[in-house]
Design a protein around this ligand. Structure first.
Ligand SMILES: C[S@@+](CC[C@H](N)C(=O)[O-])C[C@H]1O[C@@H](n2cnc3c(N)ncnc32)[C@H](O)[C@@H]1O
Length: 241
């Protein structure tokens, strides 16, 4: 069952990789940059930097430029994402000090342990057991290592809240709240609410862009076109409300 789900996720993220890179990476940029500035606030110990669910590789390039000489390690479930990351790293001249792998990033690869740092932007909400994953990542850090995590922000205000409520990860928030118990050896350095609004002009615009995201892009394959047509009908009805 897990293998089947991974196959579906990998396939759907590969399908949307180019579009994700073009449309959502720029939209997420303020979050990526804020997380990066927090991550870089203290000196890292010796060791590689791990980027779980690295997507199309823009974070790897930013990290490589900010941390000269540092070994980078990116893992993503989707071969299409890893292919884009490979191209970006090569273009930035960072290929020689980076490693990429297609696979499940819920755990940390042996070659990357202990990690000096880990950078996870909008990937933890993808993991089925976020609290356990957070604990596994924290346990693979070198002493003094830093783990930076950003997860999908809740809707700020109406009208976004009306449709964003359908996808907000309340269950993830609960899981993360429970995580400190299993990360007892780690200290929380900063915990801040997202400062940037994630606004979509309409339910239709959200639905369209959301097809770049896993749940919706996997949905046509998992649920069938008829189900998707019904979702679109509801979306249009909802837009008119
Ligand atoms: C929203 S994107 C985030 C990508 C990137 N970190 C960013 O900030 O743009 C989510 C990524 O998680 C990957 N992903 C989902 N589940 C995964 C898993 N279990 N292991 C590795 N990658 C996973 C997807 O393939 C996709 O590239």
């Amino acid at each position: 069952m897990v293998a089947e789900k991974h196959k579906l996720l990998a396939c759907s993220w590969t399908t949307v990789a180019q579009r994700y890179d073009q449309e959502l990476v720029p939209r997420f940029k303020p979050y990526t940059q804020r997380l990066l500035s927090l991550f870089l606030q203290r000196p890292l110990p010796t060791g590689p930097v791990y980027v779980p669910a690295c997507g199309p590789g823009h974070e790897l390039v930013l990290l490589g430029e900010a941390l000269p000489g540092r070994q980078l390690f990116g893992v993503d479930l989707a071969a299409g994402m890893v292919e884009l990351a490979d191209q970006k790293l090569a273009q930035a001249g960072l290929r020689l000090r980076s490693e990429l792998a297609v696979g499940d990033a819920c755990s940390v690869p042996g070659a990357c342990r202990p990690a000096a740092g880990m950078f996870s932007c909008f990937s933890l909400q993808q993991m089925p057991q976020p609290a356990a994953v957070l604990a596994a990542w924290a346990a693979a850090l070198a002493p003094g290592g830093v783990l930076a995590v950003a997860y999908w922000p809740p809707a700020a205000a109406p009208p976004d809240a009306r449709w964003r409520a359908l996808t907000d990860p309340a269950t993830l928030a609960k899981a993360v709240a429970a995580a400190p118990a299993s990360c007892a050896h780690a200290h929380v350095l900063v915990d801040e609410a997202p400062a940037f609004d994630m606004h979509f002009d309409s339910a239709a615009a959200f639905f369209g862009v959301d097809t770049c995201r896993t749940a919706a892009s996997a949905a046509p394959q998992a649920l069938g076109q008829q189900h998707m047509a019904e979702l679109r009908r509801l979306r249009d009805q909802y837009t008119l409300m």
